[in-house]
Each structure stands twice: as C-alpha cells, then as structure tokens.
Design a protein around this ligand. Structure first.
Ligand SMILES: Cc1cc2nc3c(=O)[nH]c(=O)nc-3n(C[C@H](O)[C@H](O)[C@H](O)COP(=O)(O)OP(=O)(O)OC[C@H]3O[C@@H](n4cnc5c(N)ncnc54)[C@H](O)[C@@H]3O)c2cc1C
Length: 475
C-alpha cells in the first residue's frame, strides 16, 4: 500500500487484464458474486428497478449498461472496480446523466448519488464533497457562509461530473474555468487502489481529472476551493419574442463593457403547446436574459437598465440570491428530460451575428426549444497549467437545445440544431470545456491534438488495463 492509499475492504487488488486492455465480454461475468460483496445494490437488466437505474437525466440517450451498481460507499466503488478488472469488463460512473452519451454501453455503471458527504471549512474557504453531491446541495450548505462554489447553470448536476468536464461556471468570468478550483481528489485508480491524490502526489492524474473527463479513475470525492461571495443577486428578465432584436442588441452592448462579476445569458425560447407546461408559457415564444452577479441587487439593477428598457418586460425574477438559489435562475428542468443539444462558440456578438441567429431562431419554425448565448471572457481567459481546459478564449458560447419526446423525432431534432449551428460557423470563437460539448461533438471540439495526446498518455499511466470508460473516451 502506498502512503496515500486508503485502507479498503474485502477483496484484494486484481491481477492485470489482457495485454490489449479490458476486452468487451462475450459472456456475462458472475454478477451474483459482485452483488453479495456490495453494501449498495446491484441492478441487472430485467430487474424491476432496471429502467430507473440504467437511464440518464437525458432520456433521449438510450443507455445499455451491462449492470448498474448503486453505490452506498467508496468501498462499493473499490469492489466494483476490482470485480471489473478481474472479469475484464469496463466500468464507468454516472451521477445523473446530464451529459449522457451512448459510450457507457456494456459497462458496469456505478451510480454515485449515495456518496453524499459534504464537509465545509468556511474559515479556509475549502469544501470536500462525495462524488454524488449535486451543486444545489453544496450551495445550500454554503448559505450564510458568504462563500460560493463555481457552479454552472444547473444545480441538479454533480460537483464531481462538472469538474471532470472542465466546468463552465456562472461565476467563471470571476473565477475562471471551474476545474481550476479542484484541490485534491479521492479516487479508485486503474489498479483498484483507493487513493487520496493532490498535485504533489500525482500531478499528471490531477491534471487529467481537471477537465479531461471520467476516463482516468472513478472519483469518490473532491476537495475544492470556494470563492468569497458576501452578496449574490440575479434572475431572469422575460420579453415577448418580438422584442428580441432590441433586447439582444442591449445585451451585446452591456456584455461589451460588463464587469467580471456579471454573467449574462440571452435566449430565444419556443415552448411547445403541450399540456405538461404551465399555461403562461405553453405555446409561447419568448426572449429572456438571465443574470448572475457577485454583488448587490441594487448594483445589478443599475447594470440591467439598458436591457429592461429594450422591450416590454413580461416577467422579472431579479432578486438577492442565496448560494443555493443560483441554479434556479435559468429555470432549467431538474426532472429527467429527453433532450438533444448542440453547442458552438462565437468570437463576437454584434449586429451581424444577432441578425444571422434571429433570421432563423426568432420563430418556432426553427424547430428548437431554446437558443442560448452565454457571455464568456473575464477570468475564463486566464490560463492555468494545472487544468486540461487551460482557458476559454471564445467571447460567447451558443447552445441550441430541443426536446425529443419520441425516438422518431431525433432526425428532425438533429437537423434543427445543426441548422442553427451552421448559420454561425463563420463566427466561431474557439473550443469550449468538454462538459459543454454537444451530443455529437468529437473530443477535438474541446481539445487540441497536443492535449488529446497528453490525455492518452495520462490514461495509459492511470488505467493501464483500460478498465474505465467515460462519456467522452480519450482513446
Ligand atoms: C440543461 C443543461 C445545462 C448545462 N449547463 C452546464 C453549465 O452551465 N456548465 C457546464 O460546465 N456544463 C453544463 N452542462 C453540461 C454537463 O452535462 C454537466 O456539467 C456535467 O455532465 C455534469 O452533469 P452530471 O453530474 O449529470 O454528470 P453525468 O452526465 O452523469 O456524468 C458525466 C460524465 O462524467 C464522468 N463522471 C461523472 N462522475 C464521475 C466520477 N465520480 N468518476 C469518474 N467519472 C465520472 C463520466 O464519464 C460521466 O459519463 C449542462 C447540461 C445541460 C443538459
């Protein structure tokens, strides 16, 4: 046992698998043996709980793992990884599946929600969370401390999954790429060892975990730095869709001079006329601006004057926010949803770009539910040698998302999203973090060839038998 290895139970580390790595199995491993070693639950195809255990938040991604381990402890993760090594089957982790892909098929899929510990050292602005902790849970625990974590737009995604994907934070213009905040991690590595690692004990694995995805280890906990946030404010301003040209121009003007503490998104929203939606938005086309500000609501109101003046405000939720409320601003659905999305970036957001996007996206005929522009810049431009996603140089990102209520709707969803992204191709601004890639984007959309080559070396070092499989495999 190495000095940073954590003492764990039951069965011993395994022998290496075959020289060419972990093969996909042709016959099923003896899952009954695994079931009796777990304190959590093993769920197999055909079991009553299978549909819920095997499906992701994104219901439009049909997932077909070989088995699901609903882990209750880090010891369960160690047991599952050692079992996978012994029986030459791949293993992956999925906290919720906001970033689901079909890459997890045929793996033992570890559900990490049971790893739910939250530990906060407010004096030193540090938190440590289990791999299943969602941002809303950590942020709510920070209420009243004057601190925040670098969360993204959804409180429903896990802290760990967000960091592994690099993490584009609502506070990124102040704090930089989310993964910069990771200080240390508790992992089960490719030899089945349970280890606590940091930059001095395993710098290359730490680098890969800060934005390279889940191909290198199963993370059981992360330690992160928190940011001072004595006051946070924010909310959504909603306008009729017909105001989009003036509202988006006001958005362009403000984001051209905004302080780093202010993050603004602009969206076109086309809600379908379905009974599941509240009456006030059912069948409506709207334009929205979402704001999150590290400061008082009075200061935010002053910054938002040109936007409020740019159209008829039909709803206004701007208010002081507790850290636990940040994930409510963009009104993203927490319940599992069948979604298809694509993303790209922009080098600028001016009249030319606005007219190009709105020419298609201003009416429901564009076929998507939402086209969202995110203002980047600020500290996102600051490089860090310690993270895969060193910095994000694009000025804005674009996300086009639509719902896919039945599988037959997928080709139309692809076509609608692709058309919006193709319209803005000439304005491309540079790569995004891997967490923000669209469903069909290759790894090269996030990383340079040099970074991909280094990730492959890190993968071979941390996981010589290739037992781990992430949603974005690097090999
Ligand atoms: C509506 C919407 C809004 C979003 N907004 C943002 C945003 O603002 N910023 C942003 O950065 N991203 C955003 N995302 C993208 C992204 O989906 C999530 O940040 C990220 O995937 C975490 O979500 P999750 O916890 O559900 O992880 P999952 O999708 O469940 O996991 C993602 C992958 O991470 C790896 N992984 C997760 N946990 C572990 C672990 N413990 N050990 C090893 N590997 C692991 C696995 O490969 C897994 O497949 C958004 C996605 C949607 C659908």
């Amino acid at each position: 046992m190495t000095s940073n290895e954590i003492s764990t139970p039951a069965d011993s580390p395994t022998q290496s698998a075959s020289a060419d790595g972990v093969a996909t199995t042709t016959s099923l491993p003896p899952f009954g043996e695994l079931a009796v070693m777990l304190t959590g639950t093993l769920v197999l195809p055909g079991d009553p709980g299978w549909p819920a255990a095997s499906s992701a938040w994104n219901l439009a991604v049909p997932q077909r793992p070989a088995a699901v381990v609903v882990a209750e402890s880090a010891a369960d993760v160690v047991t599952a990884v050692r079992f996978a090594l012994r029986h030459h089957i791949r293993v992956s982790a999925q906290p919720g599946g906001h970033g689901a892909t079909t890459a997890l098929d045929d793996t033992i899929l570890i559900r990490t929600r049971g790893l739910a510990d939250i530990w906060i050292d407010a004096d030193n602005a540090i938190a440590r969370v289990g791999a299943g902790v969602k941002w809303v849970e950590l942020q709510s625990a920070l209420d009243g401390t004057g601190l925040t974590g670098p969360m993204g737009s959804s409180g429903d995604v896990s802290v760990t999954g967000f960091f592994l994907g690099g993490g584009l934070s609502m506070f990124g213009r102040t704090t930089g790429v989310g993964a910069h905040a990771v200080r240390a991690a508790e992992v089960v590595d490719g030899l089945g060892r349970h280890r606590w690692i940091d930059d001095s004990s395993d710098p290359e694995l730490m680098w890969a975990l800060r934005g390279g995805g889940g191909d290198f280890a199963i993370v059981t906990a992360v330690e992160l730095s928190l940011t001072a946030a004595p006051e946070i404010s924010g909310g959504r301003l909603v306008f009729p869709a017909t105001d989009a040209p003036t509202v988006w121009r006001a958005y362009a003007e403000i984001t051209g001079t905004a302080p780093d503490e202010l993050t603004l998104f602009a969206s076109m929203l086309h809600f379908p006329p379905i009974p599941e939606l509240p009456e006030e938005i059912r069948g409506q086309s709207l334009c929205a601006v979402d704001a999150v500000y590290l400061g008082s609501v009075d200061a935010l109101d002053a910054l938002l004057v040109p936007i409020r003046a740019a159209g008829i405000v039909v709803r206004d939720t701007v208010r002081p926010l507790a850290p636990g409320e940040v994930g409510t601003v963009c009104e993203e659905p927490d319940d599992p949803s069948p979604a298809y999305l694509g993303t790209t970036t922009l080098g600028r957001f001016d009249d030319d770009v606005i007219d190009t996007i709105l020419a298609r996206a201003a009416t429901p005929a564009c076929g998507v539910l939402q086209v969202q522009i995110r203002h980047l810049g600020g500290a996102l431009l600051t490089p860090s040698e310690n993270a895969v996603c060193r910095r994000i140089t694009a000025a804005y990102s674009v996300m086009a998302m639509t719902m896919v209520p039945v599988p037959e709707a997928m080709p139309a969803a692809h076509a609608s999203v692709a058309a919006i992204l193709a319209d803005v191709e000439e304005f491309y601004g540079g790569p995004l973090s891997v967490s923000m890639l669209g469903d069909n984007d290759p790894l090269a959309a996030a990383f340079s060839p040099e970074v991909i080559a280094r990730l492959r070396v890190a993968k071979n070092a941390a996981d010589p038998d290739g037992v781990f499989r992430s949603s974005r495999p690097v090999i």
